[in-house]
Design a binder for this molecule. Sequence first.
Ligand SMILES: NC(=O)c1ccc[n+]([C@@H]2O[C@H](COP(=O)([O-])OP(=O)(O)OC[C@H]3O[C@@H](n4cnc5c(N)ncnc54)[C@H](OP(=O)(O)O)[C@@H]3O)[C@@H](O)[C@H]2O)c1
Length: 377
Amino acid sequence: MAKYPVVVYGASGYTGMLTMDWLIDQNIPFTAVARDAKRVKEMMAQRVVRLESATYEIIEAQHTVKSLVKAFKGARVVCNTVGPFAKFGLTAVEAALKAGCHHIDTTGEQEYIRNVRDQFGELYRQAGLLVSPSIAYMYSYSEIAAELALEHPGIDALQTSALCRGPRGGAAGITVGSTASIFEMYRAQQCYLWDNKLVPHPVNKSYQINSPDFMEPVFALPWGGTSLPVYFENDPRVRSCESCVGFYDNEAMKMVHAVGQKWEAEYKDLPAEHQDEVIRQLTESTTPSMPPRERTTLVRTVDTAIGRGQLSAVRATVYGTTAYIATGALQTAAVIKLLDGDTSRVGFASGSKAFGHRYLLGFLEERGLARASVTKL
Ligand SMILES: NC(=O)c1ccc[n+]([C@@H]2O[C@H](COP(=O)([O-])OP(=O)(O)OC[C@H]3O[C@@H](n4cnc5c(N)ncnc54)[C@H](OP(=O)(O)O)[C@@H]3O)[C@@H](O)[C@H]2O)c1
């Protein structure tokens, strides 16, 4: 049973520990939950900043609904960072509901998000609890940009891009969990919103983004579709929304695309356990271990929403840095609101809809993690 109001699940992971950094900064006590208490203790001692001033406990739990309910009970909010969420997510969502907790997580995996909405949205609403996936750099930043564009009258169509300095191994690397989540996308259906309906992207869809922020076009992919088309599907302001992700300084995205083409040609029809093994090998060879903490001089991001109406047009951009550190900050921004009982939504809702995009942007701006610019075109 959790002694403190906030659970960080995935407490031995890169993003779970960054969330703890921010909770400690805000003096919020937390319960760290993971499958191996000894590993959590070691990892936290290495990685969590200001741990000496934290109020916390560690609980070991198995990844089953029963074990997680036992660990979560007593808390009010679960911050879930155990991914890939396509594989592990729904178990924790069910456990948080049964334990009477709000559930927020760090993934933009679209198929999982659709499943959360369809299987748990109404149940959370009836319980007066919020279930809010994707409170993370991807795709809270793109959603903030989209909401800034939607502040302009007449905008009803959105195109968004999340462009980052991509993984180069070493210092700018992405994490083991993120790599596994990226390769999981190959077996998920990726959709965009067109005329109020979710429509699957063509297989092997890619983009060349021409942005005034870069000298050259940026190669980008739908990246599973992102959370935005799902969050805008039932939003009366929006008729269409298409979103993508690109790395603007290297060829890693092209490698991911090439493997996706190989998946379609060779792995798509294999039994699930063979596919699991392919994904395991891909993840292990791409990201063998946890990368070091991000540096502001290396990790930078540009999230843009182009909004169109009949004749109106607007371009909103959120510039950012240190995407994983920002994810911990966003989780903490959401926790502060939930502990205060200050959410405008229960059931299934995005961070921007539950807490307001201006609140989230302000929280990030105050901490040097984001800056927004809006141009009417
Ligand atoms: N959208 C975004 O911007 C964004 C940002 C950050 C993270 N994320 C997502 O968040 C997830 C976690 O990322 P991360 O950076 O924290 O990865 P990570 O460092 O690899 O951590 C993964 C965590 O999940 C736990 N885990 C893995 N398999 C498990 C299992 N079978 N049962 C129970 N726990 C298990 C790990 O525990 P052990 O230590 O015991 O293995 C660890 O605590 C990924 O899906 C990633 O894509 C998204």
